[in-house]
Design a protein around this ligand. Structure first.
Ligand code: AHG
Ligand code: MN
Ligand code: MN
Length: 334
């Protein structure tokens, strides 16, 4: 007889049972993230057939072209969570301002920040995509959260994770007690536990970076990436380059196999490209929980003091020793 698989729902109910005072609200929130993942992956499976490829003609708050799938994925998140009673505020890459739940609706105690679709340049060519989420707790009962209440350091996240729409759909998350991964079994529409307490190797052999930007990088970053290409048996170099254009997919690869992802600052864009609150922070929380590191090059991502909802940050993330070595080059110590 085959072993009974552990579904996401059963896993969270079991984990919740070991937490005193847990109300079940958090478990429901994660289940709803899973639901968003099912909705989006169903659309993606048919994307070439149902006129959802291409752009909407709009530009988002980041000044980037909005793909139809960006808008659709954002709508799915909002529809699932608005009025759900699980959250009191939502903030997204695709929305200039957060949404606060109307006062006459049930208020959850969590605030959800998300990148509804990560890797948008991959939408039209059947390449991997993802979504990233960060969960903060809101403790005040006297008023609804404001935008300022959502602008918190990464260390204050109570949970974070991502959905990966690759050859299979996965939900990977942490609540600060290690990292768990679930794979969507399409036949039964359930997420089944597939990765228990993921540990990222201390060192890898793969680097992911958009090297087209090489000439815009700082000297230290350039030297680091140059060094990865020099043959040296003892340190496993040269490293292999793997860059998908989807941060989630690249981070997922290195979470399982080790290595480093870099989206550094550039001469005319020192703040880098990626967003702190709903890209870098949640992935940093996951990777740290798996034993890895996430850095701006000079500081721990999770300790960066955020000033703006859509703030950008340079991101260097992955295996502990690889990130430390990149920091040494960037800081001129190597
Ligand atoms: P998004 O699709 O949410 O805007 O994020 C795209 C991000 C990230 O997924 C990826 O690693 C990076 O941008 C790719 O940027 P380049 O095309 O500049 O390499
Ligand atoms: Mn993104
Ligand atoms: Mn996005």
């Amino acid at each position: 007889m085959r072993e009974f698989p552990l579904t996401l729902n059963r896993f969270i109910i079991q984990s919740q049972a070991s937490h005193q005072g847990a109300t079940g609200e958090f478990s429901s929130l994660l289940t709803q993230i899973g639901l968003v993942g099912k909705l989006i992956s169903e659309d993606l499976r048919r994307a070439g057939l149902i006129n959802i490829l291409g752009t909407t003609g709009d530009t988002n708050v980041q000044g980037e072209t909005v793909k139809k799938l960006d808008a659709l994925a954002n709508d799915d998140f909002v529809k699932v969570f608005q009025h759900s009673g699980y959250v009191c505020a939502l903030a997204s890459e695709e929305m200039e301002k957060p949404i606060s739940m109307p006062g006459n609706w049930p208020q959850g105690k969590y605030m959800l920040l998300f990148d509804p679709l990560d890797g948008s340049s991959n939408t039209d060519n059947n390449m991997p995509l993802g979504a990233i989420f960060s969960v903060l707790k809101y403790d005040r009962a006297d008023r609804l959260p404001t935008e300022g209440d959502m602008i918190r350091r990464g260390t204050e996240q109570v949970a974070a994770g991502y959905l990966l729409y690759g050859s299979s759909t996965m939900l990977v998350y942490t609540v600060g007690e290690g990292v768990y991964g679930f794979t969507l079994e399409p036949g039964i529409g359930e997420y089944l536990l597939s990765h228990v307490q993921v540990r990222i190797p201390d060192k890898g052999k793969v680097y992911a970076a958009n090297e087209g930007n090489y000439n815009k990088w700082s000297e230290g970053t350039r030297k680091y990436v140059d060094a990865l290409k020099v043959s040296d048996k003892a340190t496993g170099r040269p490293y292999s380059a793997r860059y998908s254009g989807c941060l989630v997919a690249d981070v997922h690869r290195l979470l399982l196999g080790g290595g480093i992802y870099l989206y550094p600052g550039e001469a005319d864009k020192p703040e880098g490209k990626l967003r702190l609150l709903y890209e870098a922070n949640p992935l940093a929380f996951v990777v740290e929980q798996a034993g890895g590191k996430a850095s701006t090059g000079t500081a721990r991502i999770l300790e960066v003091e955020p000033k703006k909802l859509h703030q950008r940050v340079p991101l260097i993330i992955g295996s502990r020793l690889d990130v430390e070595q990149a920091e040494a080059y960037i800081q001129g110590r190597a």
